[in-house]
Design a protein around this ligand. Sequence first.
Ligand code: C2O
Ligand code: CU
Ligand code: CU
Length: 497
Amino acid sequence: MTRRYFLHYSTVTAAFLWTGCEEHRSEPTQEDNVTASKSRPKVAEMKVERFSQKLKIPQEINFNQIDKATFLAQKSQVAIYPDNPTEVLTFTGTLPNPTIRIQKGETFALDFTNGLSKPTIIHWHGLIVPEEMDGHPKDMISTNRIKKYHYQINQSAGTFWYHTHPHGRTGEEIYHGLSGLYIIEDEKESKLNLPRGEFDIPLMIQDRRFDKNRQLIYKDPKVIQDNNGVLGDIVLVNSTPFPYMDVATRKYRLRILNASSVRTYKLAFDTIEQFAVIATDSGLLEESIMVNHIVIGVAERVDIVVDFKEKQIGDVVLLKTLGFKEGSNLTLHPDYPNFATAMEIMQFRVSQKSEDNSTLPFKLIPIARLKESDAIRTRTITMEIIEGGLWTLNHKPYDMNRIDQRVKLGTTEIWVIKNSVHMAHPFHMHGVRFQVLDRDGKIVFPTDRGWKDTVLVMPFETVRIIVEFTMPGLFLYHCHILEHEDHAMMANFLVER
Ligand code: C2O
Ligand code: CU
Ligand code: CU
């Protein structure tokens, strides 16, 4: 059965949306993708073998060792491929950008200089910090200006991230490099004795397109699809295309961040049946959950523990994204690699035997469940495409000066997020964390059981979340498909005292 919808929005930007429930093709290879997309601009001929480059591990800025960091947003030439440098944007001159590591209770301080030709601002995704520290696009700084960030970490351990958030250009800047990992640690987590140090690896996953000269292609005017989200055919992990990593026969914690523009991944290993999900966006789960795959939308994080102890030296384990069956509505256009395409991501090469004194407890940390009866109000947010081909929330294109929702500090509310289109959208809120109550009445994803700041709302699905407002000020909520937030799929909420 093949059922297809074709929606045409007559518009200047000519955004059009092709969606359909295609029959699931069994795990197409990368070659399939490439030939399926004839009309795309030429990508680099794959002279560089896959899995020939070692995974880069970001340098760390550890607030145990320093009091203040400095970032300078700048253009840099970086060796993403060995044969020709790529022009990118960085915070310190190279990619991947540093991982920030900080303990709960410590103070974060950073001087940020905007060395770019246009205004920008850094946002700390998932952190609950005062409004003036959050990095709202209204606080963009112009060229050569300095923004001094200074705030205390008052939230529990977790994997967060940072990225620039300029008005209308977030997609472009993140695509060119301006994002990194941000790890908060605390004592409760340390006591669990999870894999740490060299066995605790951040994986920032991003799909990209390169031209023949190894330069990034963003929003090709010939590719109408790019309005709905820029998809790439090369997967970078920590800014390394299709990397490999040597591992020992033991447990590893992988902190996975989907920092792509639009692509949703359904992650699995080829020869490891099961792995444990231990944390979601805003921290550890109550109990580790064994799964054989995990779905991760844009901006979401998931920490997993994977054990290589059954492996022999010389074994190779592939991390890949599976083709979606249930998510085939995520397909946008038959000519382009779609959200639902199976792709290889990286290899783990088992290269040494090892002892393992880390643990993977079943019980992690208690999570206080927010109760529906504590919510003082319910609001509905709809995800729509309107006349003119604009992606919006509640029918209104984003206006930086409009306050869309006013909420009371210290209260709890239920927000009902309704997706009225054929495409999945990751819904994100600044300045809060929330819990997922249900999806069309049911809990579907293992990641719905933890604290979240971003939730993937599947096509035509309604997700109810329960939110605590603990920080006063003006914050954003938006779709985290970068081209959608840059379009108009964003709004402001004010938390009032
Ligand atoms: Cu990653 Cu406005 O957020
Ligand atoms: Cu955010
Ligand atoms: Cu969206």
